[in-house]
Write a protein of this length. Sequence first.
Length: 231
Amino acid sequence: MSCFLSNSSLGKKLVMSVTGCFLVLFILFHMSMNVTAIISPDGYNAICEFLGANWYALVGTVILAAGVLIHFLYAIVLTLRNYKARGQQRYAVTVQEPGVAWASKNMLVLGFIVLAGLLLHLFNFWAKMQLVEIMGQHTNSLGYSPADGAALIRYTFSQWYYVVIYLVWFAALWFHLTHGVWSMFQSVGWANDTWYPRLKCIANIVATIIFLGFAVVVLVYFLCPCITGAC
């Protein structure tokens, strides 16, 4: 079984599908949690405190990091294998095949953008929240409590350049998910003629919900600071 998952293209795609499904579920959870910061900053902070440096949160963080790493590494391996298999065809004039989206041909590039955004997000939030608690400190470099996520969101998105960077990140994530969500079902054999258009529609809906959920938090904290308790 391990040889199948590591050596065959089908096995690698299956690993990509499983890790991708896990990551999409986490993103949906994270997006829902962030929306709470608009409805109730205090409620959001209570969630942040619950998901601090507790053992279950640390276990979840390790599993999540492993999922991201495996997904990204397998994506690189599959892309390089596909690139090598095409041989001289890669030098031919590229023609957009019917029904093939732009995102499907640029998944690795989009993946790099998503990964870069994730690293920035870890610097802006995880390093000033959970990591601070792990190190046994009571305040982060900005002077906030590591459980005061609402204040950290307010500070980060009071700066216009972070607003722009995050919106670009969310847009790349949208493109990545519009292809990735239906592709993971295709890898397990669900994308037949009947289900293909349905899965494409589901992928677009899921990607749009995630994009809007994350983007609205950024824009509300940037445009309406009084709503978030900054006034």
